[in-house]
Ligand binder design. Structure first.
Ligand code: GDP
Length: 331
């Protein structure tokens, strides 16, 4: 009986793997659903599937795109995506939308987004995965990216709203991180921008058309100037600032050229592989940390609650409480 179950599972994994490698979009979609599932059975199949597909992964260019709501991300991705498919490349677009977890509504999940691109046979757009934690969503996105690579997508684009922690997670899974900025959006966003700016390999000032051209060009100069003050990256790449208009289709090809130039630069300096290796190990550590925490906490919920009470009552400092809890668990 046990053998039968194992064979069945193996057969399921095999079928999924064959379909994904064949580039079958229906199978790919089902495999992603499997990955997003939290059911133990699904997880177990998903893990085996990822393992089986690993030798077929890693060949795409992984691009992260971020920007505040309204910066023009979806309009840009639609036009940029059409450009990429027009040069005979297959493109997968994935999205991380932190808003959907809290509000059940979604900044990114709007059905009318990227309508034209979604009809393109060379493009695959996966709506936002939902999850109960950013860690879970990021994990699913990472695995989805690997599935898309195994399915033969040359470019994987991961979109995230630049309002929270999700861009840090995305930065940790892509090769090139592109920040979309609106010219003159106000100083109140500068705090967020600075942190994100430091992670960007390229910045694009969006909506550089009509009356906006002048403002956009000025913003380009300002940002380029600001970037000079940041530490030069070890990779040998100096982040660039460009302007674009998705509406009048200008500056789009230049973004792709910048990414190609970046890839050439970091491949020859060795930092492309270094970054990927680093990301892989970080993923392993993250996964391990999460497992340890889950396992330990599941066994010691009441002990944890006791320590929380002591911390709240000022009987123990948080650091000391953590140390004592650890000691208790290790004994
Ligand atoms: P997102 O929230 O970052 O995905 O932004 P959207 O792509 O939905 O764009 C927000 C608004 O800006 C929409 O009304 C778009 O029509 C408009 N928009 C997007 N790109 C451009 C552009 O290149 N030029 C102009 N003038 N408007 C744009």
């Amino acid at each position: 009986m046990v053998i039968k179950t194992r064979l069945t599972k193996r057969a399921i994994v095999q079928k999924f793997a064959e379909g994904v490698i064949r580039g079958d979009r229906v199978v790919l979609s089902r495999a992603i659903t499997l990955i997003e599932s939290s059911r133990t059975n699904d997880r177990s199949i998903a893990e085996d599937l990822i393992e089986k597909l690993l030798p077929h992964t890693g060949k795409s260019v992984r691009i992260g795109v971020t920007g505040a709501p309204g910066a023009g991300k979806s309009t840009f991705i639609e036009v940029f995506g059409k450009y990429i498919t027009s040069v005979h490349k297959k493109l997968a677009v994935l999205a991380i939308d932190p808003s959907s977890q809290k509000t059940k509504g979604s900044i990114l999940g709007d059905k009318t987004r990227m309508e034209e691109l979604s009809r393109d046979p060379r493009a695959f757009i996966r709506p936002t995965p939902t999850g109960d934690s950013l860690g879970g969503v990021a994990h699913a996105t990472r695995e989805t990216m690997l599935l898309c690579e195994a399915a033969g997508y040359d470019v994987v684009l991961i979109e995230t709203v630049g309002v929270g922690q999700s861009e840090v997670a995305v930065r940790g899974m892509v090769d090139f991180f592109l920040l979309l900025m609106l010219a003159g959006a106000g100083d109140e966003l500068q705090g967020i921008k600075k942190g994100i700016m430091e992670m960007a390999d390229g910045i694009a000032i969006t909506k550089a058309d009509g009356e906006n051209v002048k403002k956009a060009t000025q913003a380009q100069a300002d940002f380029q100037h600001a970037l000079h003050w940041l530490q030069p990256a070890e990779s040998g790449w100096a982040p660039k600032v460009l302007t674009l208009s998705a509406l009048s289709h200008t500056g789009i090809m230049e973004i792709w050229k910048m990414i190609e130039e970046y890839e050439q630069c970091v491949r020859s300096s060795g930092s492309f592989d270094r970054q990927r290796r680093h990301q892989k190990i970080a993923w392993f550590h993250e996964s391990f940390d999460a497992l340890i925490k889950k396992k330990v906490l599941s066994k010691s919920k009441s002990t944890l609650a006791t320590f929380e009470k002591k911390v709240l009552a000022n009987l123990l400092s948080p650091d000391k409480a953590a140390k004592q809890l650890m000691k208790k668990l290790m004994d």
